[in-house]
Structures are given as structure tokens and as C-alpha cells.
Design a protein around this ligand. Structure first.
Ligand code: CU
Length: 152
């Protein structure tokens, strides 16, 4: 029972098809997914509770995915998505409502560019889990290591 499917439908049904034909490339879930690498939070300066976090986000799928925010269970912590830009030699930050991760591409959250801004972070942890929220409502938990400045 081989069916011919368009690429979009084929991606969404990959799990179901694999479970029928016993294929070795079954996806682990039906939902969209992103891979997060090198995720880390800059340890806040002593006495400060605002800091930034960085990561590399790869979309292995055939459809673009939009990240619309990050949440955390860490007490008092609030996260915004920001982008640093330079205007006339001045660095500025603006808040982004969403970041699109194109199909088969990696988006870098890195110093001087897109980053996560953490507010109310006490730094009292070796790592912190931030859950990326996708446009469709899915959440993807990501463990960020806390690193001091010199490790970047
Ligand atoms: Cu910022």
C-alpha cells in the first residue's frame, strides 16, 4: 500500500507511514521539532539579574518553524527574544515577536545578534531549562548551561 503524497503531507504523515511499512526512519513524534545546540546563559554579573542567553537552532524539517517565545519554571525568570543591531556606531537592542527558522537551516543566537534576554535571573543554578514556544503552540524544552564570560 504505497501512497503518493505531496512533500508537506508526507512530512506530517511520516510517523504514520513508517509505522505501517516498518521503515527505519520513523520520527519520534508527530509534532514539529527543532534541534538546539551550544545553548548557554551568560552568568549574570554579581548583583545583577539581567543577562543574555545564546544557542544554535536547526530546523531539519521541510517546513519553516516560528519561535514566538521562551518560558521557564525558574522562579521569577522572564525571557524575551532580542536582536542587537548597530546604528551609527551605537549598539541597540530591539525585541522580536518571532524568529523564523527556515527549513534545513540553522539560526544563530549569538553575541552581537539575536539573543535571549533574561530578566530576574538569580544565576543560582548550574543550568536552566527554557522552553521554546512554537507558533502552533508546541513547546520544546532546552537545557541552557550557565557559563561565565570567559567561556564564550
Ligand atoms: Cu537584549
Amino acid at each position: 500500500m504505497v501512497r503518493v503524497l505531496g512533500p508537506v503531507v508526507a512530512g506530517m504523515l511520516a510517523f504514520l507511514v513508517a509505522s505501517c511499512d516498518g521503515g527505519s526512519h520513523a520520527r519520534q513524534s508527530l509534532g514539529p521539532t527543532l534541534a538546539f545546540d551550544n545553548a548557554w546563559v551568560r552568568a549574570p554579573v554579581a548583583g545583577r539579574t539581567v543577562t543574555a542567553a545564546y544557542c544554535e537552532v536547526t530546523n531539519p524539517g521541510n517546513l519553516p518553524l516560528d519561535i514566538i517565545g521562551f518560558d521557564s519554571d525558574h522562579p521569577g525568570l522572564r525571557v524575551e527574544i532580542h536582536e542587537s543591531t548597530e546604528h551609527d556606531g551605537m549598539m541597540r537592542m530591539r525585541r522580536l515577536e518571532r524568529v523564523t527558522i527556515p527549513s534545513k537551516a540553522t539560526v544563530y543566537f549569538a553575541p552581537g545578534g539575536k539573543h535571549l534576554m533574561l530578566f530576574g535571573f538569580d544565576g543560582a543554578a548550574a543550568e536552566v531549562t527554557l522552553a521554546a514556544t512554537l507558533d502552533g503552540g508546541e513547546t520544546l524544552p532546552v537545557v541552557f548551561a550557565i557559563r561565565s564570560e570567559q567561556h564564550r
